[in-house]
Design a protein around this ligand. Structure first.
Ligand SMILES: Cc1cc2nc3c(=O)[nH]c(=O)nc-3n(C[C@H](O)[C@H](O)[C@H](O)COP(=O)(O)O)c2cc1C
Length: 175
């Protein structure tokens, strides 16, 4: 098996990206609770962002990995080109580096924050934050799916793995 996808998702955003990638590359996909013990050299790991890094379940899973090749993707309420996102990438890289895993690439996009979390949130409701959350509400969208695919394709191609990972024709997409 060349690669598999393992994702963690509370409200479905990260799962939607994972499902799209699994369909496009015909890769097996597991939720982090059902992650395979071993048998994959390359892992595509998806998380929802929590406190500026991978969520607790994915963080714990990443800590168990040793010497894997990893492509990671994450969904977040923040903008993917923000300093917050850059710190998230840095934290994720550090987590993986401590298990001698090699990062092949990564992808981040916004993901809607669920209304209950927003209602309970102690963060101030500044106009900037509310505008950002309004934007997040329409993500992940199809453009995000395609961008995630593109990033993963480049990462796998540079690794020479792409030849063994067929691409499914564009006849359908995940709702
Ligand atoms: C408890 C909690 C903490 C969060 N922390 C962050 C954060 O630090 N940075 C961020 O950009 N988004 C944060 N978010 C937003 C989620 O990462 C985002 O909505 C994500 O797309 C949810 O993915 P899911 O639907 O796969 O669970 C947080 C959400 C929750 C519920």
């Amino acid at each position: 098996m060349p690669a598999c996808i393992v994702y963690s998702s509370r409200t479905g955003n990260t799962r939607a990206v994972a499902k799209y990638l699994a369909g496009r590359f015909s890769l097996p996909m597991f939720s982090v609770e059902n992650a395979p013990d071993d048998g994959y050299d390359e892992m595509i790991l998806g998380f929802w962002t929590w406190r500026g890094g991978p969520d607790p379940a994915m963080r714990s899973f990443m800590e168990t990995l040793r010497g894997k090749k990893v492509f990671f993707f994450g969904t977040m309420a923040a903008f993917p080109d923000s300093p917050h996102a850059a710190r998230c990438v840095e934290r994720t890289r550090n987590l993986l580096a401590s298990g001698n895993c090699r990062v092949l690439g990564h992808f981040l996009c916004q993901g809607r924050l669920d209304p209950d979390t927003l209602a309970r949130s102690a963060h101030p409701r500044t106009p900037e934050r509310m505008a950002r959350l309004r934007q997040a509400a329409s993500h992940p969208n199809f453009e995000d799916f395609r961008a995630a695919e593109q990033c993963l394709r480049l990462a796998l191609a540079s690794e020479g793995t792409l030849a063994t990972v067929p691409t499914v024709p564009m006849t359908k997409h995940v709702a």
